[in-house]
Every structure is written in C-alpha cells, then in structure tokens.
Design a binder for this molecule. Structure first.
Ligand code: FE2
Length: 535
C-alpha cells in the first residue's frame, strides 16, 4: 500500500516531465526495462543556471566522471586466467549535477560499472541507475536534492520522491543486480545491460521498511539474502526491520526491533544462528538537519551497543551489550559457535569520517580514525547483561574489509582489506598528494594470525577489492583479488588489477587498462557467469 501511495505521489511530482519520461517512470516502477532511463535529449532548460563543477567533493579526489560508456575488449597487460568467468560490478558516487554547498562525497548519484571477464577478454560498461532522484534532476536539468540525507534542504518539487542515490553497494540476488543506499529500498538493474528495472524495489511488495541496508548478507547453503533497514519507519525512528528473502526473492521471515539510540547502522553480521548489530555514536541529528546540516554528527558522549538476536525468531530475544566510544563500519566476517557469536570488523577509536562533524567541536583526529581489524564477541548463554568482548586481531590499518563471500554466515578464516603500509615509499613526484595512498591489499589468515601482502607500488592508490574463487569448489581464499587502482602519475587513470592469492606478493597477473580516471568505488561484487541469468 505504501509503495502504491508513493507511486501516486511520484506521479504528481513528475508533472514537469513530458509524457515519454512520465510513462517511463511508471514502466520502470512496474518492472519494465523498455523505456526506463529514456530522456528527451534537448529539453529547454528549466533553469538558466549553467552546469559547472567547481571542485566538488569527491571520493579519492578529482572531479566527477559522468560518462556512461561501453568498451569492448579492454586493453589488457598480462594474461587473464581462463578460469575467471563472470562479472565484477562496482558502484560509487558520481555527481550528476554540482552539489549544494556543504554536501559530502557520499551524496553523489550512484554510478554502476561492470567488468565482464570471460575467455581472457574484458568488456567494460558503466551506467547510472535511473533512480527517482536521477530522473527528476535530469528532467529539470539541475540539482533538486540538497545535502546528504537531509530532506529539509530539497527543492519542494521532490518532496515525495525517493532520495536514494543507489551509490553505496551493488549485490546480486534472484537474477537482479541491486544498487543500494541505506536510506531507501534497492534499485533493481539488469545484470547484463545495467538498465534500471525498478527504482523502488520492494520484493514484490513484501518489504515493509522505508529503508534498506547497503550490506545484506548471503547464506550460500539456503540461497537466502538476509537484510534489514534502519530508521525503517521514517526519519530518526528507532525501528529496525530485519528480514530474509529466499532464493526466489520472496520475503519469508521478518521481525521488528528497536535500537538504544538512532545512529548509523551501516553494516550488520549474520551467522548460522544469530544476527548482530553494532550501533555507533554517529548519531542522527534532526536539529542540525533543520539548520541545513547533513544527517549525522559524531557524539563522543555515546557508548557503542552490540545487539544480538536469533535468526528466524520474533526479535523479542534481542539483547544489547555495551561498549566504549568506537567507530566501526564494515564486517569482514561473522560466525557462531554454540551460544557464542564472533564478528570481525574494522574498528577505530573515533569518528572515521572527516566530513561528518564532531558534535562537541573536537577536531578530526586521523590517528584515532585509523581502523584495524577487531573481533567482537559475546556468549549468549551468560544471563547477566554485560559488555561485549573486543580484541584487536592485527596491526595493519585500513578500511573496507572483505572475505571469500562463499563463507558469509559460517566459520571462516581468510579475510582481505585495502591497507596503508607506512613503511613503503611514495613516489617523489607525488609530494603534492595530501594523503598517503592505500598501497596494499592485505590477506589475513585467522587460523594462524599471519598476514600476506600485495604492494601496488609507489605511484598508485587502491580501491576496495573483491575475491574471485579459482573454481566453484576451490579452498577458502584460493583465487584472485580484483580491484581498481588509480595511477597517480597519470592523472589518476584507472586500472583493474587481478592478483592471484597464491602468489600475492608477485603482483598482478593482469592489468586491465581503462583509458580514463573513473569515479571512485565504494563497494563491489563478483558474480560467477554460471549464476547470471541468460542474457
Ligand atoms: Fe559500506
């Protein structure tokens, strides 16, 4: 019912569009690919404002990319292993129009790209998901949305549109590619063409949350996607909607829970038995939003809360365990043993996001923001509520940890993370670079607590990596890391690197050279060819 109401409101707000655009919007919502994304190319401008990007905030620096393109047979240096057959998808923010002053890099429109690898060849494709926001702004030829997750800064004409940018993560389930932003339902895309199929995907009406995380988890044994939405009943609500969708995309389990305070819950953990959330002091601040600020501010007076509930239950067993001020954003892996749950995350002492302000005026502290891999755990058989356990596993600093995704929800031992090794040199020609590049992929073996490292060299900076198994049944961690790097001496030009995990230290076996600097990725996802639907 909510979705139908939203579509009616959407229609009212798109009256400035011509009939072709309007029908395209309805068709997209109904699941058609035929006209989704169609735009009149030479519409008279609704505004005399010139489109000009004056140094907009961007992840990794540089201006927006804004180019949807196709490259058949990319330039490849080295040799692509023939056992790699599938698609590496990635997404990141890429401004459609110049952002409002005070906005942050995470609010650019999502741009999805695909490296389709097969038979030693690579084809590249990139498309913007046709979100409700993208289409409305394209029709108006100007920015209509204000600052990050703040509806109070929007143009009134878009009050009933989804604010979702689809810019954070891209995952695949039941034949659909989902471009995700945690403030809105998924945007469903065709995994071959990257055409937008549905700009407000509700799993056939089964999703009863206004939001959906960017980090669902996948149970390989059952084919389930386990997911949630926070602030699920609207702005600053303390409700979290938790659900599971079966391999056909039908929602088969849901429950509602409450959080101790409303803040960022960017990721969560799922084991075979439990689901866990970490609430961090990145608190939603409506008062500041009404003053034109972004959605979050770091409140150092707040504790962290680690909440655990049983998977498949009614949520009433949820228990919260208290911890100190910490920032933790991404889960590497999680598993349960008996009544214990273990969750591995990158964790730092303080706010890790320089563009989310510290509420009490503390300056951003890069040292306290450096994250390392921690293991959080609790024993649910203990009756008395108490703190959760926290152990630092490794000294390497970095962000965006990943695992062999076949081991999501089950005991695992191998993890990966882009890291910054301060002992490695930085090219002398890069003395003007204000940041230390992310120069390594580190591979962690929890069974030995040993690490191995791929160093990209002194002239490049790495983005997040994804793991590609050498074969369907290859041992855990045996395969390849794929990820985009920026060549800093070439204006940030982008390469896709393919690194063999059996010979991590030897460097990439292949380098896919793009003829441009593409936008920076937030997250990526690998889909084996055998899992993709027929084209
Ligand atoms: Fe994330």
């Amino acid at each position: 019912m909510k979705n139908r109401s939203k579509q009616r409101s959407k229609a009212a707000n798109l009256k400035a569009m011509d009939r072709r655009d309007f029908m395209g919007t309805l068709a997209a919502a109904a699941g058609s690919t035929a006209v989704a994304g169609a735009l009149s190319p030479f519409r008279p401008s609704a505004s005399a404002e010139t489109v000009h990007f004056d140094n907009p905030p961007g992840l990794g620096g540089g201006g927006p990319f804004r180019c949807e393109c196709d490259i058949r047979d990319c330039d490849v240096e080295g040799e692509i292993p023939l056992n790699i057959d599938g698609a590496f998808y990635r997404v990141g923010p890429d401004w459609q129009y110049p952002p409002m002053k005070g906005n942050i890099p995470f609010d650019g429109e999502g741009h999805v790209s695909m490296f389709r690898i097969s038979g030693g060849h690579v084809d590249f494709k990139s498309r913007y998901p046709r979100t409700q926001r993208y289409r409305a702004q394209a029709a108006a030829r100007r920015r209509l949305f204000g600052v990050y997750r703040n509806k109070f800064t929007d143009d009134p004409s878009v009050a009933n549109l989804s604010r979702g940018t689809a810019n954070t993560h891209v995952v695949y389930h039941h034949g659909l590619l989902f471009a995700l932003k945690e403030d809105s339902p998924p945007v469903a895309m065709n995994p071959h063409t990257l055409d937008t199929i549905d700009d407000y995907y509700t799993f056939g009406g089964g999703l009863h949350s206004l939001t959906h995380t960017a980090h669902p988890k996948f149970d390989r044994a059952t084919g389930e996607m386990i997911s949630y939405g926070y602030e699920a009943k609207g702005l600053a609500t303390d409700d979290v909607y938790v659900f599971s969708a079966n391999a056909k995309g039908q929602i088969t389990w849901t429950c509602w829970i409450k959080v101790p305070y409303v803040g960022m819950i960017h990721d969560f953990a799922v084991s075979q038995k439990y689901i866990a959330f970490l609430v961090i002091p990145m608190a939603t601040n409506v008062e500041r939003m009404k003053q034109g600020q972004v959605h979050f501010a770091w409140d150092s007076t707040l504790p962290t809360w680690f909440g655990v509930l049983e998977r498949g239950g009614d949520g009433k067993d949820l228990r919260w365990f208290k911890g100190p001020e910490r920032c933790a954003t991404h889960v590497m892996g999680a598993f349960s043993e008996g009544n214990k749950i273990y969750v591995d995350m990158d964790m730092a002492l303080k706010n890790q996001f320089p563009f989310f302000p510290n509420l009490h005026g503390e300056p951003f502290d890069p040292k306290a923001a450096a994250g390392t891999v921690h293991r959080l755990s609790v024993d649910l058989s203990e009756k008395t509520p108490r703190d959760y356990n926290m152990e630092e596993l490794y000294p390497q600093t970095g962000a965006l940890p990943r695992q062999d995704d076949r081991y999501q929800t089950i005991p695992y031992k191998i993890g990966f993370m882009p890291t910054s090794d301060p002992t490695k040199p930085v090219n002398a020609k890069l003395s003007n670079v204000a940041f230390r590049p992310t120069n390594s992929y580190t591979m962690f073996d929890h069974s030995t607590r040993k690490t191995r490292q791929f160093w990209v060299g002194d002239d490049s900076s790495l983005q997040e990596c994804c793991f590609v198994p050498r074969s369907k049944e290859a041992p855990e961690g045996d395969g390849y890391l794929v990820g985009v790097t920026n060549r800093l001496l070439e204006g940030g030009r982008s390469d896709l690197l393919i690194v063999d995990t059996a010979h991590l230290e030897d460097g990439p076996v292949a380098r896919v050279k793009l003829p441009f600097r593409t936008y920076s990725q937030v997250h990526g996802w690998w889909v084996p060819a055998e899992d993709l639907p027929k084209a």
